[in-house]
Design a binder for this molecule. Structure first.
Ligand SMILES: [Zn+2]
Length: 330
C-alpha cells in the first residue's frame, strides 16, 4: 500500500479519491485508495454556528491538510439532511448545521478546491461504502440499514444505489409500525419505526419501564439482557425484543417486496451484541416469504470508516461507462 505521506507513484495516485464526512460538531476528511483503503485522514471541528460559508471553508482547509490531496481524482462529501445527488445541493437539513439547506455543496467546493465534487446524504454514503467495499460488495441488490440515534440506509438495485424521485430513498426509519403507535418520531409524525427502534428510543423505554433515570446507555441495557436473570434483565430483554423485533419485521417486509440478495445492518446499535441480534433475526425470519426464507441480516464491515470511505466512493459513481472520470459539473 502507498504510504500516506508519499502517494507519489503516478499509476496509483491517479485513482486516489477524497472523502469528507461533515457532522454538526466534527468534519473528517480522508484520502482513500481506489480499493477503499483509508490512506490518511484528519478530523477538525465543524464551525456550524458560523454558517455554511465557514463550514465550506473548513472542509476545504481540512482537505488541503491531507498529503497528496491535489492528486485526487475527485471529492465526495456526506452530510446530514436531504441532498440532491445530481446537483449536490442541500435540499433540507436539521438544526445541527444552521442554514445548511440551500447550500450548493458541489459548486462551492469545486470553486474552492478545483476538483469534481459529489455530495449525498450520510445514510446513502454508509450504504455506498458497504456496497462498494464492505459487507455487500459484489451484490447486485441489497438493503443497507444504519441504526444509531436515528434509522436510515440505502437500497441497491441493479448494482446502483437508489436515490428516488425526491432524494429520500432508504429512509427506513419512517415506516409506520404497530409497535410505535402513538410514539413521537424525529420527523414530527408519530408511529414510525425510528420512534421505537433507534438507540435513544430503546434506552428511553428501558428507563421508563424501570423508573430509573440513572444514565444507563444501550450497551448497559444489552449487558443486562445478556447476563441478568432478574427483573432488570427481563425488562432489558423485553425492550430489545420490542425495538429489534420491530426493525426485524419491518426489514422482512422490505425483503418480501424487494427480494434483495443481502441485508446489511450497521451503526452504533448494531454493534451492541447478541442480545440485540437474536430478537432482530428471529423477528425477521418469522416474516419472510418462502422465496427469501434463507436470508439472514449480516453486520456491516467498515464501522466508523464507512463515512469517509463511502463519501469517496461517490466519486466512483460519477465515472462514465468506460471508467473515466466525468468533468466537474460547475
Ligand atoms: Zn418519522
Amino acid at each position: 500500500m502507498t504510504p500516506p505521506h508519499r502517494p507519489a507513484a503516478a499509476t496509483s495516485v491517479a485513482r486516489c479519491l477524497l472523502g469528507v464526512d461533515v457532522g454538526g460538531t466534527k468534519t473528517a476528511a480522508g484520502l482513500v485508495s481506489a480499493d477503499g483503503a483509508l490512506l490518511t485522514s484528519v478530523v477538525r471541528p465543524t464551525p456550524a454556528a458560523q454558517g455554511p460559508a465557514a463550514v465550506l471553508d473548513a472542509i476545504a482547509a481540512a482537505v488541503r491538510e491531507l498529503p497528496g490531496h491535489h492528486l485526487a481524482e475527485g471529492l465526495g462529501i456526506g452530510t446530514g439532511g436531504v441532498i440532491d445527488r445530481d446537483s449536490g445541493v442541500v435540499i433540507s437539513a436539521n438544526d445541527l448545521l444552521p442554514g445548511w439547506a440551500g447550500t450548493r455543496l458541489s459548486e462551492e467546493l469545486t470553486a474552492r478546491l478545483a476538483l469534481p465534487v459529489a455530495a449525498d446524504n450520510d445514510a446513502n454514503v454508509f450504504a455506498l461504502a458497504e456496497q462498494t467495499y464492505g459487507a455487500g460488495a459484489g451484490c447486485r441488490s441489497a438493503l443497507y440499514v444504519s441504526v444509531g440515534t436515528g434509522i436510515g440506509g440505502g437500497l441497491v438495485t441493479g448494482g446502483r444505489l437508489l436515490r428516488g424521485a425526491h432524494s429520500t430513498a432508504g429512509e427506513f426509519g419512517h415506516i409506520a409500525v404497530p409497535e410505535a403507535t402513538g410514539l413521537g418520531c424525529n420527523c414530527g409524525r408519530t408511529g414510525h419505526l425510528e420512534a421505537v427502534a433507534s438507540g435513544p428510543a430503546m434506552t428511553a423505554r428501558f428507563r421508563e419501564l424501570t423508573g430509573h433515570d440513572d444514565g444507563r446507555g444501550l450497551r448497559q441495557v444489552a449487558a443486562l439482557a445478556e447476563k441478568d436473570s432478574g427483573s432488570a434483565g427481563d425488562t432489558a430483554r423485553a425492550v430489545l425484543a420490542e425495538g429489534a423485533g420491530a426493525l426485524g419485521r419491518a426489514l422482512a417486509g422490505l425483503v418480501n417486496t424487494m427480494d434483495p440478495e443481502r441485508v446489511v445492518i450497521g451503526g452504533g446499535v448494531a454493534s451492541i451484541g447478541d442480545a440485540y441480534w437474536r430478537p432482530l433475526t428471529e423477528a425477521f425470519v418469522a416474516e419472510l416469504l418462502p422465496g427469501p426464507s434463507g436470508l439472514r441480516p449480516v453486520p456491516a464491515k467498515l464501522g466508523p470508516r464507512a463515512a469517509v470511505v463511502g463519501a469517496a466512493a461517490l466519486v466512483l459513481e460519477d465515472r462514465d461507462a468506460a471508467g473515466r472520470p466525468l468533468p466537474a459539473t460547475s
